[in-house]
Unconditional design. Structure first.
Length: 368
């Protein structure tokens, strides 16, 4: 299948997203043809990515110097210490603002690399090569970067649009099924916030998509990227509409933080649980009709993923979950803001709820 090219047009920058198989073999051509030129690069390399992919990029990238920074990508390493290690390497090799950071990894690697790129000498070129499904359809687009701290997830960061995103589907073939399922959670989210046609396509083709069959996987990635691209173009800095992309995430981030970013529950899985929580909370509060709630729930069930919240958290965790939900950066009052579902294709922004209403819901869920 031919490469798919999308162009993101934000107020701060225009940049292409290139989607295709084995496109890293053309990295030099793709950069040059999009007027992205530099003499030195720091490749922030997620050590979970097959090393042969790094070697291909080093071989194909015709520049004076490639520096490799190996990064152990996990939520606990998404912190200022990791940022400082990258910055120290940039200073050590005297990078200037016309040089480049290349992120080669999943969403965590992209967030950390992009944040470092945004603050080094007030901005350096940034190329994002996302290697997970989750990163290819979500975190690599839109310019959000950042790190975690003891108060919560992604509370420190910046907006840093990349110069180009190269989404090579061949990376996905090395991923375990769990990682593909994690990415698929964000794809479901994009379908719920956009329209029923995308949701119905997913429902019909989920097994072909997760088996990475062509043209199903290419179309799904491109459709998902278009949903996010269209929203980011209208609201780059999350002043209003872009909040729609946080469907499920207020619950999800709190679940992750409460579990202390345990390997038992990774980000994509937390998002899936968060989407279910948002759908069920919408249904129990008479915002979402039973028919659409069941469509969403039954589709997610096809992932064969444990969906009961009490597989991951306990009733004793409810107060801590609420604490993290209250610290969410989207809240502007003492209440908790949630993005909820009216129907598939229609979302309700910024509904505020007293913490006791959400506590009651969580107690009920964790009692099942």
């Amino acid at each position: 299948m031919k490469k798919i090219r999308l162009l993101v047009k934000t107020k701060s920058k225009k940049y292409p997203i290139i989607i295709g198989s084995d496109i890293i073999n053309q990295i030099n051509y793709l950069l040059n043809s999009n007027n992205i030129n530099f003499e030195k690069s720091l490749i922030v390399f997620d050590k979970n990515v097959p090393k042969k992919k790094l070697n291909i990029i080093k071989q194909k990238l015709k520049i004076k110097k490639n520096i490799i920074h190996i990064f152990n990508a996990n939520e606990k390493n998404k912190n200022f210490k990791s940022i400082n290690l990258i910055l120290n390497k940039l200073f050590k090799f005297n990078f200037n603002r016309n040089d480049c950071i290349i992120s080669l990894g999943g969403g965590i690697t992209g967030d950390v690399s992009g944040f470092a790129a945004s603050i080094y000498k007030r901005g350096i070129k940034f190329v994002n090569i996302p290697t997970t499904l989750l990163a290819q359809i979500d975190s690599s687009i839109g310019g959000k970067t950042g790190v975690n701290n003891k108060y919560g997830k992604n509370l420190i960061g910046s907006f840093m649009q990349p110069d180009i995103v190269l989404s090579d589907i061949s990376f996905l073939k090395s991923l375990p099924k769990r990682e593909l399922v994690c990415g698929y959670g964000e794809i479901i989210k994009h379908s719920i916030i956009s329209n029923k046609n995308i949701f119905n396509y997913l429902d019909k083709n989920i097994h072909n998509i997760l088996k990475l069959k062509s043209p199903f996987i290419e179309k799904t990635i491109a459709d998902s990227c278009r949903v996010k691209k269209n929203i980011v173009e209208k609201d780059e800095k999350e002043k209003n509409l872009r909040k729609i992309l946080n469907l499920g995430h207020t619950f999800a981030h709190a679940y992750e933080a409460t579990s202390n970013y345990s390997k038992k529950l990774n980000h994509g899985e937390a998002v899936i649980l968060g989407i279910i929580s948002s759908a069920k909370f919408s249904y129990t509060n008479k915002l979402l009709k039973k028919k659409d709630y069941e469509k969403i729930f039954n589709h997610i069930k096809k992932l064969n993923f444990p969906l009961n919240l009490n597989n991951y958290l306990k009733k004793k965790d409810v107060n801590l979950i609420i604490k993290y939900m209250k610290s969410d950066k989207k809240n502007s009052s003492s209440k908790i803001n949630l993005i909820l579902i009216k129907k598939i294709g229609k979302i309700i922004l910024d509904l505020s709820f007293d913490k006791f209403i959400i506590k009651k819901y969580l107690y009920n869920e964790l009692s099942n």
